[in-house]
Design a protein around this ligand. Structure first.
Ligand code: GDP
Ligand code: GDP
Length: 437
């Protein structure tokens, strides 16, 4: 299930983010205007000729207050560590620079495939200058114009040619999950505490050449779990390892590779902006989510209201995650940790649940009868029928006379009715409105 990773590296101003946006395209999310969800330029999904991949802009992982060359070198290292294929971006206006040569040398020494892009080739006359870039020793330079979109197709053809063969032994029986969260919330401690309880079966790299380490174990009831490695869990002592943007990028990657995401919060420190950012991404990605409040042992003098107060705070700050169960744990004392596998399992099962069409439409008709559809300018919304078209997350298409007449509040009402009839706790559900004549 893990997509190949493509990293974009290069000097500032060569046009990395322009190219990034061009390749990622306008991805219109089904979850419109979700409060608290910020789009991020460092990581995106992309697709070319039916191949899905994830794209990283290493230029977005700022290594501030370091000399330019150090920054570029570190970005190249991130790319080598994270990516299956690297795009080195240069530009025709500046020609081959010292910095380009330095990065090229670092990339050349890695065993990762590198595709050389020469950007800002906006008109054909400049194409002859492109041959200068052979001197970087990275093979054929691909002339592109990020602004005009020219040459990007050829570049991507070359990129996807280097994707590793996908090992299709990705057996669906195992539930992939990950602990994600800010540094120091206790992710590694939770991992160790959880794995300490179970016999670890596999510890291996699956699918791609990346150095992610997935660990598998079997719970008491026989269900199989695979824990996806996350930022901060295996500290390799590299400088960039502790930068916030890097750990955010790693979190996004782990989220993509997971069926169920355990968002870890630190009870001792309360909620931070970055917590919301990370959780928002999990939600946007349509993953099942469990909120794990760790370090519960550090809260002194707890009474019957402490948990309720904390729950209310979380519900208020993470409104879009209203479906996510919350559990208060301590990696230190192991309080309630034994409940985690069961919760993950339930969230997973809910995310994969399929509702029978007849039952779904019964629920829909009851909902319409109990709360008539709204009108606008004398026109009434008509809802005809619904059908589930996907799982993970459960996605429903609702056929109506005019999608514009379905206001957010009515959509929310229908979602609530569906949730009251079927147990989708732990998973987002998506409603898609479609016009039927
Ligand atoms: P980054 O720092 O490498 O991410 O570079 P940006 O994507 O921010 O681009 C730097 C500048 O180069 C911006 O002013 C872009 O508009 C410009 N630029 C990017 N791609 C092209 C291109 O294909 N042609 C031209 N002429 N300018 C470009
Ligand atoms: P990570 O960066 O999210 O992986 O966090 P770590 O697992 O490295 O934990 C950060 C610090 O918090 C370490 O000093 C841990 O010993 C401590 N810690 C983790 N979990 C708990 C907990 O449940 N209770 C207490 N009191 N400390 C914890």
């Amino acid at each position: 299930m893990a997509n190949p990773i493509v990293a974009v590296v290069g000097r500032p101003n060569v046009g990395k983010s322009t190219l990034f946006n061009r390749i990622a395209g306008e991805r219109i999310s089904i979850v419109e205007d979700t409060p608290g969800v910020t789009r991020d330029r460092i990581y995106a999904h992309a697709e070319w000729l039916g191949k899905n991949f994830s794209l990283i802009d290493t230029g977005g992982i700022e290594m501030s207050d370091q000399p330019l060359l150090t920054q570029i070198r570190q970005q190249a290292e991130v790319a080598i560590d994270e990516a299956d294929v690297i795009i080195l971006v240069t530009d025709i206006e500046n020609g081959v620079t010292d910095a380009d040569e330095q990065v090229a040398r670092i990339l050349y020494r890695s065993d990762k495939p590198v595709i050389l892009a020469v950007n800002k080739v906006d008109n054909p006359e400049r194409r002859s200058d492109v041959y200068d870039f052979y001197s970087l020793g990275l093979g054929e330079p691909y002339p592109v114009s990020g602004v005009h979109g020219v040459g990007v197709g050829d570049l991507l053809d070359a990129v996807i040619n280097h994707f590793p063969e996908t090992a299709d032994n990705d057996d669906d029986k195992t539930i992939h999950f990950s602990f994600i969260g800010r540094p120091n919330v206790g992710k590694s401690s939770l991992v160790n505490a959880l794995l300490g309880e179970h016999r670890v079966i596999v510890s291996d790299v699956a699918g791609t050449t990346r150095d992610a380490i997935n660990t598998s174990f079997t719970a008491d009831d026989g269900r199989q779990f695979t824990m996806v490695d996350t930022a901060g869990i295996r500290k390799k002592g590299k400088i960039y390892e502790n930068t916030e943007r890097y750990s955010l990028m790693r979190s996004m990657r782990a989220i993509d590779d997971s069926d169920v995401v355990l968002v870890v919060l630190n009870a001792e420190e309360g909620l931070r902006e970055l917590d919301k950012h990370i959780a928002g991404y999990a939600h946007e990605a349509g993953k099942a989510v469990i909120i794990v409040v760790n370090k519960w042992d550090t809260i002194p003098n707890k009474d019957h209201r402490t948990m309720t107060d904390f729950t209310n705070l979380i519900r208020h700050e993470f409104q879009y995650l209203s479906y996510a169960p919350i559990i208060f744990v301590s990696a230190k004392t192991k309080q309630r940790l034994n409940q985690l596998p069961k919760m993950v399992e339930e969230a997973y099962d809910h995310a994969r649940f399929r509702v029978q069409s007849s039952v779904l439409n019964d629920v829909l008709m009851d909902a319409l009868a109990a709360n008539p559809t709204p009108t606008q300018n004398g026109r009434r919304l008509r809802v005809y029928y619904a059908t589930q078209v996907a799982v993970q997350p459960p996605t429903f298409v609702i056929f109506v006379n005019d999608p514009d007449l379905m206001h957010f509040s009515y959509e929310r009402y229908l979602e609530n009715q569906i949730r009251q009839s079927f147990d989708f706790s732990g998973t987002p559900i998506h409603l898609i409105k479609r016009k039927r004549q």
